[in-house]
Ligand binder design. Sequence first.
Ligand code: ZN
Length: 222
Amino acid sequence: MSAESGLSTFRDKHTGGIWAKHDPMRLASPEGFSEDPKLVLDWYSSRRRNLAAAKPNPAHTSLAAHKSMTHITQNVDDLLERAGARNTIHLHGTLIADRCHARCGYRENIDLAKPPKPRPCPNCNAPLRPDVVWFGESLPSDAWARAEQSCLTTELLLVIGTSACVYPAAGLIEVARSAGAQIICINTEKIDGLAKNDIGLIGTAGDLVPKLLSSTDCSDVQ
Ligand code: ZN
């Protein structure tokens, strides 16, 4: 969804794709951070500046307008929040904060437009790092528990911008489906993993989400 706001991860047009030559495993893993922290933090600084300049698109704003919705996202940007979303669960963490790499509990919000230089944790002197989930790291358990609870109790689950078969997040779809929710998937490419009663819509989120939400009374979906 945020790719339509000009954000992508490894082949960002704003940086001329300069990061595309790097192995994602080196840019977003604890091992890569230990090996070359400057490279990793430079990449995140570049992404943070891009995010500072990005704006929510019509998909973000139409989702955020439904104040009773819970938004479960694998994106690490804050575009849903900037669009006005109240209840957002970040399964993969967020670019708007740094945290202690040693997990002593220290966390601080940062200025996206002026990403901080490498610095140690004021509590324990371990390096600070973006508060995101890297390859090989587990998802934050509190966020996962809240997401699972939402999926257990919802009547409608919109799945946007994924083929719906990438775990562990795809497991949330099964939770909602088993609990009787209607599943609607929106993706620009073929959607794998749809069950018999699921609905799949092919197109961009910026086009389809506003149309769907303006024509559907979400409180009335059985
Ligand atoms: Zn610390």
